[in-house]
Design a protein around this ligand. Structure first.
Ligand code: MG
Length: 218
């Protein structure tokens, strides 16, 4: 069981699969030298990656380039297969803010080889979950600001409506490829401004209307 803080209250969840969307903001795709995808690009993390806001990210010894990515995270509340528009709109139990920590050097190496990104994205402490608000309490407008600072300096600063694929589109697409189940999480992609962090760095991210996520690098 993992802990998720929803509306300021800790709740226990069996987190299922964590579906992550890559290159969902055009400027971020470009900053890493990638084209904008024609359909959502997906990869997975595991529930063993999850830590909560305030806990430390452990820097793996086998990487020299640990990156932050602040993202809107969706907590799925129903079973969805080939969701229609209405099902996709009603599928989100809570909206949250999270960090998709990434080993950029490994990812680049794996990309070059045409190998899966697994070891660049899946390591203990690589999915940091911050505040969530329940879908009953908050209607996402879509134009909320999303930001992240490192040691007080703003690094990522964008708006959710810069996403290439919006939330219903992502949920419909993902559920056409794999059944979504209660307790699954979707990391919806990061805006531009990603970068390296080292031991001792203090990260603070947030989404307007939803809340914050904080961590330090061990
Ligand atoms: Mg990401």
């Amino acid at each position: 069981m993992k802990k998720i803080v929803i509306n300021g209250k800790e709740e226990k969840f069996n987190i299922g699969k964590i579906v992550c969307v890559g290159r969902n903001y055009a400027k971020h795709a470009h900053e890493l030298g990638n084209d904008v995808p024609k359909e959502p690009m997906l990869f997975l993390k595991t529930s063993s990656c999850v830590i909560n806001s305030g806990e430390q990210v452990e820097h793996p010894s086998y990487s020299e380039n640990l990156h932050y990515e602040v993202e809107l995270v969706l907590l799925i509340g129903s079973t969805l297969k080939d969701a229609n528009d209405k099902q996709a709109r009603n599928a989100v139990t809570a909206y949250g803010v999270g960090l998709d920590m990434t080993l950029r050097d490994l990812q680049n190496e794996l990309k070059t080889k045409g190998s899966p990104w697994t070891t660049a994205k899946v390591f203990d402490t690589s999915a940091v979950l911050g505040d969530f608000v329940s879908g009953d309490n908050y209607e996402l407008k879509g134009n909320e600001r999303i930001w992240l600072s490192v040691n007080g300096e703003m690094k990522q600063n964008s708006f959710l409506n810069n996403m290439i694929f919006n939330i219903p589109t992502l949920i419909k697409y993902i559920s056409s490829r794999m059944t979504l189940e209660p307790g699954d999480l979707i990391f919806t992609g990061t805006p531009e401004g990603v970068g390296r962090v080292i031991s001792g760095d203090k990260l603070e991210g947030g989404i307007q209307g939803i809340g914050k996520v904080t961590t330090t690098i061990k």
